[in-house]
Design a protein around this ligand. Structure first.
Ligand code: 13P
Length: 332
């Protein structure tokens, strides 16, 4: 267990954060196509290669989450992605859920799949160098009944217990979705219920909380409602976390959930400034808020790799700076 504690603390406690670059093949292809880039295994590989190879990414990034396609792929020079990450001082992680499906009786809500055969897959990923894993539950406020929260929390806890059995730190991600017009109070209420259910299931399934990373949403109004100030988001987020997350969880790495890069960083910055100092490390495991600018700058062109990497590095540096309450964020 000591190794799990050390890896979890390393991921969240080194003044850095986690880069979520684990979009499924389908999602990544949609994002490439949206930028006018023809999606293909080579295009996905070329795009994903520019992320860990950005110069000194490890200054702000402790771990990178990969999808199965990338985890089993190699850079153009033949180095497998997990090794290439480790060589640059970044721990490789693997998304192991297989997506969502409709939950019977859930009123249109989903449950996350991927438990069948997961133990064997984890053993293979561990042998190939995975230090940590990720599983995401997607919770829509409109359908977040106790049944839905329990089914998703149960799956998250089973995944987490299996990860720990294989020496892999589980990132546990119950995402209350940000889309829609809900209020910050609605988000607080659902996030609070989801986290309460989650920690009950983690406890029942004997998950060692010192060897996990929690990856929740920040508590915000819906993206189509009037925005709240960073101070309001920080106060609401801290209140929910303090009421639901045990102190011995080493760290909380927020997802960005569709918020713009600077906005997500401002929320994190304000959350780290709330007194008294939170018992856990508060950091980031953003996806879109770190990579969207890089994908847009790249345009599938070799000549744009450095510009794309600079866009990534700036967003990562801002997110890492948002871990320290007195930092300044830099605009592009
Ligand atoms: P976003 O930061 O884009 O929400 O993605 C984080 C993530 O890993 C979602 O599962």
């Amino acid at each position: 267990m000591h190794e799990l504690h050390a890896v979890a603390t390393h991921l969240v406690g080194s003044g850095r954060g986690i880069l979520a670059a684990d979009e499924s093949v389908k999602t990544m292809s949609i994002r490439l196509n949206a930028e006018g880039i023809a999606a293909s295994p080579t295009a996905r590989r070329d795009y994903r290669e520019l992320l860990p190879t950005a110069p000194d990414l490890a200054a702000s990034i402790s771990g990178i989450i990969l999808c199965d396609e990338t985890f089993n792929d190699s850079l153009a020079d033949g180095t497998p992605f997990p090794q290439a990450c480790r060589a640059r001082g970044i721990l490789p992680g693997i998304k192991v859920d297989t997506g969502t499906s409709r939950l019977p009786g859930g009123g249109g809500a989903t449950v996350t799949e991927g438990l069948d055969g997961l133990g064997a897959r984890l053993a293979t990923y561990a042998a190939s160098g995975a230090a940590f894993a990720k599983w995401r539950a997607a919770i829509d406020i409109a359908t977040a009944t106790d049944l839905v929260l329990e089914a998703n929390a149960h799956a998250l806890a089973r995944y987490a217990a299996l990860c720990q059995e294989h020496g892999i730190v589980p990132i546990v991600e119950p995402e209350v979705l940000c889309g829609g017009g809900h209020t910050i109070g609605d988000c607080a209420e659902t996030t609070s219920r989801a986290l309460t259910m989650l920690f009950d299931q983690l406890d029942r399934q004997r998950v060692d909380l010192a060897g996990i990373v929690l990856k929740p949403n920040m508590v915000t109004p819906g993206l189509h409602a009037p925005a709240a100030s960073p101070a309001e988001v920080a106060a609401a987020t801290n209140a929910v976390l303090r009421a639901t997350v045990p102190d011995h969880v080493p760290g909380i790495a927020f997802l960005s959930g569709g918020h713009a890069p600077l906005e997500a960083c401002r929320y994190l910055l304000a959350s780290n400034a709330v007194a008294p100092t939170p018992p856990w490390h508060l950091t980031f495991s953003f996806g879109r808020a770190l990579v969207n600018d890089a994908l847009h700058a790249w345009q599938g062109q070799k000549a744009n790799i450095r510009v794309a990497q600079d866009a990534l590095l700036l967003n990562c540096a801002n997110a890492a700076a948002a871990r320290a309450e007195s930092s300044e964020l830099v605009r592009r």
